[in-house]
Design a protein around this ligand. Structure first.
Ligand SMILES: [Fe+2]
Length: 456
């Protein structure tokens, strides 16, 4: 890196104390607005947050057959996951080692042999170089010909219950350790079918003009539901009223936000910046999974785990993966593009072998709330862009005031519900209709601790 830029970045990191006010005893937790708009900070967080440890890459059902591949990114770096002839999965930099051309230009596909478009070097689905074009005319040295011209593996690649994670570096915690007690919540998805989960066709991707951390916050932000999603609540409420009048109508009910008031909910913060929101569903029988409930118990899935499958829950895996299980089940992948531009990939996740009626119900609920064509996502994006395009231009206002809501409610360690599950969060917050902002603290503290490394 250019020395002049390096000094600038180091001096930025040395200002970390200027970016946070973290003093809960004094009722203060604030984040500086530069975290959402400064391109030099963005470059640092790509290096020390996204490219320094585990990120979510994809689900094994996205590449089920030998020679299937799926492209993605770790931070700024292109990555390809491939399933080889024998069915083994591996992840590599999506880069031809010859001149650095991106090797797989498509999002996904099936390719027993992939040819680089530039000089036609060829690679098999295990990442081995199988051909150097015109090798016999190449006048290569013997040393070069005996060298490895295969694709470069990423530092770590692991599969937890079908969910694929990778890290560029090899010196990272084990994935098991990194996920920690949040594994319980992955299990509430992964155990929904004896055959595991699958991503359904219809991946949706879009960009918004705003910082990636807005998406992290929004998914855990229950406070915004009754304002931003008032239209959704009104439409669902009116539809249900009509359906109740029409006996025998074809009912596929989505979660009605109007019915959530007065119900128990809470949040957990875990090591490594992961966070969880949980709620109470007043109409579990409307869930797609309901018809499989008896089968789940008969199959020997823990009753407590089955109970949790029917709680609305949102799980944020630091830094780029989100499960939202409220109206249907959505998996979200965050890809930061710049300080004020973010790409989202949204996937519908379902248990394999789901009965036809459950699958239909799942899809109808999913399209109601989610995606660019749903009634909710565009409203969230409009808010991000009102911040990204609008509010952040007010450079003389340095601090965000959020993160104070719930401060009097949060406790250190596990609450009773966490103890019942056997998990040990750093912080818990629970009660009636919790709309807690303190849950973001764990995320920002992890962000800060990652950036501290840049000082050394
Ligand atoms: Fe929202």
């Amino acid at each position: 890196m250019d020395a002049k830029v390096r000094i600038t970045l180091e001096s930025l990191v040395n200002r970390l104390d200027d970016y946070f006010i973290d003093d809960p005893d004094a009722g203060r937790f604030n984040v500086h607005r530069d975290l959402f708009r400064d391109e030099e900070l963005f470059a640092l967080e790509m290096e020390h947050v996204f490219e320094a440890s585990w990120v979510f890459l994809g689900h094994e059902s996205q590449l089920p057959e030998p020679h299937d591949y799926l492209t993605t990114h770790i931070g700024r770096q292109p990555v390809v996951i491939m399933r080889d002839e024998g069915g083994e999965l591996a992840a590599f930099l999506n880069v031809c080692p010859h001149r650095g051309t991106r090797l797989y230009p498509q999002r996904s596909g099936n390719s027993p042999v992939q040819m680089c478009p530039y000089h036609a070097w060829c690679f098999d689905s295990a990442g081995n170089n199988v051909k150097l074009k015109d090798q016999e005319l190449g006048c290569y040295t013997e040393e070069f010909l005996q060298g490895d011209h295969g694709l470069i593996s990423i530092g770590q690649f692991e599969n937890y219950q079908g969910f694929l994670f990778g890290a560029l570096r090899s010196e990272v915690p084990t994935l098991f350790e990194y996920l920690g007690d949040t594994r319980f919540f992955i299990d509430t998805f992964a155990q929904q079918s004896a055959d595991g989960m699958e991503i359904l066709p219809g991946e949706v991707s879009y960009t918004y003009e705003g910082n990636w951390k807005m998406q992290v916050e929004n998914t855990m932000d229950i406070y915004h539901l009754t304002s931003v999603h008032a239209t959704f609540a009104k439409i669902v409420g009116e539809r249900q009223a009509r359906e109740n009048e029409a006996a025998g109508s074809d009912k596929v009910k989505a979660v009605n936000l109007n019915s959530l008031s007065g119900l128990a909910s809470g949040t957990y913060t875990f090591d490594h910046g992961h966070t969880v929101f949980w709620g109470t569903d007043p109409a579990k029988e409307n869930r797609a999974l309901w018809s499989m409930r008896d089968d789940l118990l008969a199959r020997g899935v823990e009753p407590l785990t089955v109970d949790w499958m029917f709680r609305p829950r949102v799980i944020n895996f630091f830094p780029n993966m989100q499960f939202v299980d409220s109206a249907s089940l959505q998996l979200r992948i965050i890809r930061p593009l710049s300080a004020q531009k973010t790409e989202m990939t949204m996937l519908c996740l379902a248990p394999k072998g789901e009965p036809r009626e459950g699958r239909r119900r799942r899809l109808r609920q999913y399209e109601d709330f989610y995606n660019a064509s749903g009634i909710a996502t565009p409203d969230d994006v409009a808010c991000y862009e009102d911040i990204g395009h609008g509010g952040l231009a007010a450079s003389s206002q340095d601090w965000i005031q959020g993160f104070a809501r719930g401060m009097e409610n949060v406790i250190a360690g596990p609450d009773e519900l966490a103890k019942e599950i056997g998990i040990n969060p750093l912080h818990s917050s629970s009660g009636v209709q919790v709309q807690d902002e303190t849950v973001f603290r764990g995320f920002y503290r992890e962000w800060r601790s990652r950036m501290e490394v840049a000082k050394s």
